[in-house]
Design a protein around this ligand. Structure first.
Ligand code: PXL
Length: 268
């Protein structure tokens, strides 16, 4: 029997969302939908639904590191993504655990808080992220508010987004994808990819009118990670991931839920 191409293994290091709109649940769903196999290291537990975060607690940093060690010492992980890292100690523990695997592509989604207003990472945590983890990243994927928090610059126009992204890419030496979901443009969604060599490329697609956008950042970064795990280059990975997210938003399979529902593609 001819074997099929083996599934690329992806490790997601992220928080649990009990409502499954964002976090590890969204990551694992995305990785499986794109043909990968998802391993997980859970950094925090959130009690959450489509309306907001009711309670949350960080997992002990040593236990986060132990999950990462258990996976990376055994399974042939081909790409890693990080999402919610709840504070300085968590950022440091993750950076230390990943230091032994410097060649595995890493996508860092610099989650600061939930859209519904819960803050997960304070200013000390952001500093730790910039110093200890972003220089190790293949790609960092901030939205406009996260780019503001990481650079302490206002990001209210595409020109400001581009300047702040250049500043961040120069500082950490990693590629940066600035997601334009928060931009004032109602017709287009424009994301900017800056690669390490200083090149910039805009990706533009029609904005999809929906309220169900919870977890879109998680879906996009997980999709990029699974593409990188399968051997895609950065631009190709971003293109495929954006197309997957657009399909998920368009499908709008969970439209009749309350609150801010998830981008969910359903089964194909
Ligand atoms: O979308 C950012 C995010 C990531 N991870 C978890 C979350 C959220 C936002 O609510 O809950 C677990």
């Amino acid at each position: 029997m001819r074997g099929r191409k083996p599934a690329p293994l992806v490790l997601t290091i992220a928080g649990s969302d009990s409502g499954a709109g964002a976090g590890v649940q969204a990551d694992a769903r995305t990785i499986h939908a794109l043909g990968g196999y998802a391993c997980t290291a859970i950094t925090a537990i959130t009690a959450q639904n489509t309306r907001g975060v009711m309670a949350w607690r960080a997992v002990a940093p040593a236990l986060v590191a132990a999950q990462i060690d258990a996976v990376l010492s055994d399974l042939p992980i081909a790409a890693i993504k990080t999402g919610l890292l709840p504070g300085t100690a968590a950022v440091r523990a993750v950076a230390r655990a990943l230091a032994r695997f410097p060649h595995v592509p890493l996508v860092v989604d610099p989650v600061v808080g939930s859209t519904s207003g819960t803050r997960f990472l304070g200013s000390a945590g952001l500093r730790a992220l910039r110093r200890d983890l972003l220089p190790r990243a293949t790609l960092v994927t901030p939205n406009w508010p996260e780019l503001e928090a990481l650079t302490a610059r206002a990001v209210t126009t595409f020109a400001e987004a581009e300047a702040a992204a250049k500043h961040l890419a120069d500082e950490c030496g990693s590629a940066v994808l600035v997601k334009g979901g928060h931009a004032p443009d109602r017709r287009q969604c424009r994301d900017l990819l800056l690669t390490g060599d200083g090149r910039g490329r805009w990706f533009s697609s029609p904005r999809i009118p929906t309220d169900n956008t919870h977890g879109t950042g998680c879906v996009l970064s997980a999709a990029i990670a699974v593409e990188l795990a399968g051997g895609a280059g950065l631009e190709h990975a971003v293109n495929t991931a954006r197309a997957f997210l657009q399909r998920s938003l368009r499908a709008n399979r969970l439209a009749r839920w309350g609150g801010n529902g998830p981008a969910f593609p359903g089964t194909r």
